[in-house]
Design a protein around this ligand. Structure first.
Ligand SMILES: Cc1ncc(COP(=O)(O)O)c(C=O)c1O
Length: 462
């Protein structure tokens, strides 16, 4: 972490010789080839380089920067796509839980999809009302369930219940508190989302949701749960989905299940929660358009799609990445070049503790210099862009073509890091977590201070 000035003096810096020979590792896959162009020419869409430079100068690096304009644009595009459908968007705040970001979405009319007591607390601090909150997650604790039930007079909008034991626990807590808990059964439709296995959630061997037979069994015996009112069904089959086909499959299965549940339950269901998961473009992926995603939703649950009882269900969505991913970037600073026998390394001051996605999911993020590109474009070298953390897995990008003119102190933007960036950050290697900044109308505001060294030991007792 540097607050100001170049990391190395120009005297000690010697640019590596560009290398195009067998020493260089093969490109890992096609998107890396695309990245070669992108990292040199893409710029920072939606962000002004001037403001980014100013932020880096004023606050140092690493710093997460979000664009209010892009966050709003992403939300509004989804709302527009569903304008003729009775719907509500619950932002999956695990993607980005900074209070200012939550406030921005609440102001636009979104609710919050939470997965922990900590996220409930954050939602409350940001001004969410009970009806703004749905509670997902496979391991809700008794305390978390009780807190959510006691949020306001009426408790939260829905608990997405993931197991029979959770239903029993929620029922007993609700009865003790003299309340009736609104529940959606989280259904596991056993659909392959065709995404990274760590973010695939809708297969029968994943821990999430309940299979059809279990949901129907619980519905048949629902009279044994006086503290529960089943109002909906929820699904979430995975994240970074690049095809609508698995969603179409899942939508059909959930629709069939709703038909069966309506026969079994004392009251017809009022909503269907279709989760999140729509992918975004990080490099050269072609993600389905928001319009086509909304078209699919309308096809199954649109205004003319009534249930057996002649009523349309309210559609709920829980997008995270789609709203925040491309609306954020991580500013970092070049520290050094290093050449080993086999490889060039561009060592920067952002690391896996700041952004773990490349290490965890092998995700690909464009890395763009915040400098006049013409001054950098001529000579490039293939390199791994790595952080200072003591792990070989600490990389931000691999086999990337970067300008040899980059030198210590130059600022880079790691793109598409608005979702699952800061929220997954840690203090590993005793590194204070980055600052967060929101840019709006050409101005920036710090929305989270950089952690200090004192913050690192704040809760420790000697
Ligand atoms: C239950 C649930 N809903 C919504 C999301 C958000 O997914 P995405 O950010 O891909 O839209 C997740 C992500 O893990 C999730 O587990």
């Amino acid at each position: 972490m540097r607050r100001e000035g170049p990391a190395t003096s120009s005297g000690s810096y010697s640019p590596p010789v560009p290398e195009r020979d067998a020493n260089a590792q093969p490109l890992s896959h096609d998107s890396e080839k695309t990245m070669r162009q992108k990292s040199l020419s893409a710029g920072t869409p939606g962000f002004s380089s001037q403001v980014l430079k100013q932020i880096a100068q004023d606050l140092g690096t690493p710093t997460y920067v979000y664009s209010a304009t892009l966050l709003k644009k992403n939300y509004r595009e989804l709302v527009r796509g569903l304008k003729d459908v009775d719907h509500r968007i619950f932002f999956a705040m695990k993607a980005n839980s900074n209070l200012s970001i939550l406030k921005l979405f609440l102001k636009l009319g979104a609710g919050m999809d939470i997965v922990s007591g900590g996220e409930l607390f954050r939602a409350q601090q940001a001004g969410a009302l009970p009806r703004d909150v749905v509670f997902s997650g496979v391991g809700k604790t008794p305390e978390e369930l009780a807190d959510a039930l006691q949020f306001g007079k009426e408790g939260i909008y829905a608990f997405n219940v993931e197991s029979e034991e959770e239903l029993r626990l929620l029922n007993s807590i609700a009865c003790r508190l003299g309340q009736i808990a609104p529940v959606s059964f989280r259904f596991n439709p056993d659909v392959d989302a065709k995404t990274h296995p760590y973010i695939s959630t809708g297969l029968k061997f994943n821990k999430f949701g309940m299979h059809r037979a279990k949901v129907l069994e619980l519905a048949r015996g629902i009279h044994k749960f006086p503290g529960i009112r089943v109002q909906g069904v929820s699904i979430h089959i995975g994240s970074q989905l690049l095809s609508l086909a698995p969603l179409e499959n899942a939508f059909q299965r959930v629709k069939d299940l709703i038909g069966e549940l309506d026969e079994l339950l004392p009251e017809p269901l009022t909503h269907v929660d279709l989760g999140g998961g729509l992918g975004i473009c990080y490099s050269d992926e072609v993600a389905p358009s928001v319009a086509s995603y909304c078209g699919l939703i309308r096809q199954f649950f649109g205004p003319n799609r009534v249930n057996e009882k002649g009523r349309a269900l309210k559609v709920m969505l829980e997008p995270g990445r789609l709203l925040a991913g491309n609306a954020g970037l991580l500013l970092s600073q070049v520290l050094y070049w290093k050449k080993s026998e086999r490889k060039h390394f561009l060592i920067i001051d952002a690391a896996m503790n700041d952004l773990i996605r490349p290490a965890l999911y092998h995700s690909i993020h464009a890395v763009v210099p915040i400098k006049r590109l013409s001054a950098l474009a001529n000579q490039t070298v293939r390199c791994d862009i790595v952080g200072p953390v003591c792990e070989t897995g600490d990389f931000i990008a691999r086999n990337r073509m970067m300008s040899t003119r980059l030198k210590g102190g130059d600022i880079l933007a790691i793109l598409s890091t608005g979702a699952y960036g800061f929220t997954m950050a840690s203090n590993y290697n005793s590194r204070p977590r980055a600052a967060e900044v929101l840019v709006s109308g050409g101005q920036y505001s710090v929305i989270r201070n950089r952690e200090s060294l004192a913050d690192l030991i704040r809760n420790e007792l000697i």
